[in-house]
Design a protein. Structure first.
Lengths: 200, 587
């Protein structure tokens, strides 16, 4: 005797959301995307940047910026990755990153962490003094000047650089380049290869 | 039976003359082979070619037995199947360029199923790399997303170490494929460096024991459950945890369902077994997973073919997730109790923490009722047409208890999963995650070489068989006693089933106007061919094929109208599985 048809079967009461998290079926709770700054200590070897960027792209994590550079230890490099994801996405990104063999350690930096970007802004050269004045308002400086163009350098938080770029819009902006964030935790807390050794 | 005396076949008893293997290293190639021998590799599946020639040259002096495959994809699948049945990395070898790209499907397949596999590819000499040289491809670039880790060997002194590490990584922690790309100048280059023994890098995570307080909390949830359920996945096979899972389930009387890769981890003959869950799982398994209140998932990644839509997956359940890979925790289904570690050890920990069994008499009765209400059935006519399910059931009756089943991908694969009774781990060898049509023919070769004392039967489809049938030449040459059963419905049956169900019966490119006569094709390859059309001939044909010493192919002409049920449509609700076409319209 065949059992009940689909619409006549015993049904559960619960429900999950699309992230597989159990929810109150009456009140659909969703996670809003947030910015997260991930700092990853990686082995300084060929292909690491490619591995990390390929991971983020194939798993559809939303990258805001990714910077990479050497550390005090020449065998390691540090990547600072800013992503915008709902909470489960942030956690998943960290776990996937940790799984990569050349990745030594991953940490999410607190929102109080020091974050700095560098921007180079090239504007028309007709008002060099005014340009320099604005640059100094943002703690920056002109780094190149010619007859037709002045290039200024601004360092600071993302917000500060956004504001500076807005201020420079009064001039004729020719070109802008931004580095994306480099970040470190405040205080004496560090993340280095010593941590790796103590883990093993 | 035609004359095949002229076919030179390998004697399976034949031991390679070079049993000592590499004794001294003078080149990169010798270091590569020494690393493999040192790791315990006994078999290689591969295809020769220009850039890999130095490595093959070193293989000439090796104790490793090499099986020349017809196509590199076959080499990767055979090595993958070898890895499934032995638990040790299978070795696939190919040259650069097309050799490497032909491996890609098999490597991706191993990645999806966490099968241990090491691939070695030839590469053009380092001076030529980046210049679009003859047979150059960016192999490490192409395979980056489908390997646990890959290596571009850049020095003759360290190439053996690369291979050792790649081997260790394929085997340890969560298993998976690795690859070493071997430029010709590196393998030809001089070195006297004996390779390091296989060892994983320090950054590789190999958790064993789960956090004790998490185990306590999970055990509490489990013993207080009213409707407990165990979901046993492929990780139970990989971790050799099947015995522990059996005794755990029996001790605490908890019903068990499996994923498809988990087939065989819990005997389907046991009263507590509800069978496989998911898209084509049993009614009982899908009812149970939908209605359970605590779900103990062991070695599973909660794939979408298992969960259906996640919104309706075990929606009342506290989920205990035993998993070796932290990145699988809460990836698809949130784990209320993540237990990160090796399944075998974590099950012991959980056992120690359980002070009593859950009180679940009513639940077990309910599960029993579901088993009775939703048996796997099919209609069996008096004579023709032949039903595929009957062929599978009959073969299961006749075959050894611990026979290994390998499959292609499609309807035949689902019938093989449903109508064969699995009792032991490592007896289900299939392309579960990637769904690679063509996996069948080469997987039988890898399985038989990995487990020469076991009966190996492959269920294949006509479409799947046509994709890799050239490997039959290898099964003949190696004189492998395997039986292929082609459940032939002259169609890409699963696609046709979906077209009928979800595309208004518009059968675009799913039906073959003509397929070869596979029995004759088998004979042409030097195998034994059988054609099976009448239900009354099933037993006799199967026995004849089994008794033939060498590869046999049964071309079973089945009812083309037969479809796979039960079925949960993609993204659907497991509890609303359809038992027939009419149900599909209701849900």
């Amino acid at each position: 005797m065949p059992g009940p048809a689909p619409d006549e079967r015993m049904r559960p009461i619960g429900r999950r959301n699309t992230q597989g998290i159990r929810i109150d079926p009456e009140a659909e709770a969703t996670h809003e995307p947030r910015m997260a700054v991930l700092s990853a200590l990686v082995k300084h070897e060929p292909g690491v940047l490619s591995e990390v960027s390929s991971l983020f792209s194939r798993r559809q994590f939303n990258i805001e910026s990714l910077t990479v550079g050497p550390t005090a230890d020449e065998t390691t490099a540090r990547m600072t990755i800013v992503i915008e994801e709902p909470e489960p996405g942030v956690q998943q990104a960290k776990k996937q990153l940790r799984k990569l063999i050349p990745v030594i350690e991953v940490e999410e930096l607190e929102s109080a962490a020091m974050r700095r970007e560098l921007a180079l802004i090239k504007v028309a050269g007709d008002k060099p003094d005014d340009v320099q004045a604005v640059a100094q308002m943002y703690g920056g400086d002109a780094v190149d000047a010619s007859k037709d163009a002045v290039t200024v350098e601004i360092t600071g938080s993302k917000q500060k650089i956004d504001a500076a770029i807005e201020a420079f819009e009064q001039f004729d902006v020719l070109e802008i380049v931004r580095t994306g964030a480099a970040a470190l935790e405040r205080g004496s807390k560090t993340m280095d290869s010593a941590t790796m050794e103590s883990d093993n | 039976m035609s004359e095949r005396a002229s076919i030179p076949k390998r004697d399976p008893e034949e031991v390679p003359e070079r049993e000592n293997g590499i004794e001294e290293v003078t080149t990169g190639s010798q270091s590569v082979i020494a690393a493999l021998e040192q790791a315990g590799v006994e078999h290689a599946f591969g295809v020769q070619g220009g850039a890999i020639m130095p490595v093959y040259d070193a293989l000439y002096d090796s104790s490793i037995s090499h099986i020349t495959m017809a196509h590199e994809q076959g080499a990767a699948h055979a090595a993958d199947a070898y890895g499934i049945v032995t638990g040790e990395p299978g070795l696939a070898m190919a040259t650069s360029g097309p050799g490497a790209t032909n491996l890609v499907t098999g490597i991706a397949d191993a990645a999806m199923d966490s099968d241990p596999l090491i691939a070695l590819t030839g590469q053009v000499a380092t001076d030529f790399v980046g210049n679009d040289a003859f047979q150059e491809t960016d192999t490490t670039g192409i395979t980056m997303p489908i390997t646990k880790q890959n290596y571009f060997a850049d020095h003759s002194d360290t190439v053996g170490d690369d291979v050792s590490e790649a081997f260790a990584l394929a085997e340890k922690g969560r298993q998976g494929p690795t690859l070493v790309d071997l430029p010709k100048d590196i393998t030809k280059g001089e070195t006297d460096q004996w390779p390091n023994p296989p060892k994983t890098p320090e950054t590789h995570d190999e958790p064993v024991e789960a956090d004790e307080s998490a185990v306590e909390a999970a055990a509490t949830a489990l013993k207080e459950a009213d409707r407990p359920l165990i979901l046993s996945g492929g990780g139970v096979v990989k971790s050799e945890a099947s015995d522990d899972l059996r005794s755990f389930a029996r001790e605490y009387e908890i019903p068990v369902i499996t994923t498809m890769p988990g087939l065989g981890t819990f005997p389907e003959t046991d009263d507590l077994s509800l069978g496989m869950a998911g898209m084509h799982g049993t009614g009982a398994a899908n009812m149970a997973v939908t209605n359970c209140d605590v779900l103990l998932g062991v070695g599973t990644r909660f794939d979408d073919r298992l969960t259906g839509g996640v919104e309706s997956f075990a929606p009342d359940a506290d989920v205990i997730h035993v998993e070796i890979d932290p990145a699988e925790i809460s990836k698809n289904i949130e784990a209320d109790h993540p237990l990160i570690g090796d399944a075998e050890r974590v099950l012991e920990q959980l056992d120690d923490a359980m002070t009593r069994a859950p009180e679940a008499d009513e639940w077990r009765e309910q599960c029993q009722t579901w088993t009775e209400e939703y048996p796997l059935t099919y209609e069996m006519p008096e004579d023709e047409p032949l039903k595929p399910q009957y062929v599978v059931e009959k073969f299961d009756e006749l075959a050894d208890d611990d026979a290994i089943v390998t499959t292609g991908v499609g309807q035949h694969q689902m019938w093989a999963a449903q109508f064969w009774t699995y009792e032991y781990p490592r007896t289900w060898v299939s392309s579960n995650g990637l769904g690679t049509m063509g996996y069948g023919v080469p997987s039988a070769i890898g399985a038989k070489i990995g487990a020469p004392d076991k009966e190996v039967v492959t269920f294949d489809g006509d479409g799947s068989f046509l994709m890799t049938m050239q490997e039959l030449s290898v099964a003949v040459r190696e004189n492998l006693d395997v039986t292929y059963v082609i459940l032939n419905n002259e169609a890409i049956g699963m696609v046709r089933q979906w077209q009928d169900g979800f595309y208004e019966g518009r059968r675009m490119a799913s039906e073959y106007p003509w397929v070869p006569e596979f029995d004759k094709l088998a004979e042409a390859f030097g195998a034994r061919g059988f054609r099976l059309e009448e239900p009354e001939d099933v037993e006799e044909t199967i026995q004849a094929a089994r008794e033939y010493d060498g590869p046999a192919v049964i071309d079973a002409i089945i009812d083309p109208a037969e479809n796979v049920f039960p079925m949960v449509p993609s993204g659907g609700d497991n509890g609303l599985f359809a038992l027939n076409e009419q149900h599909l319209e209701m849900i």
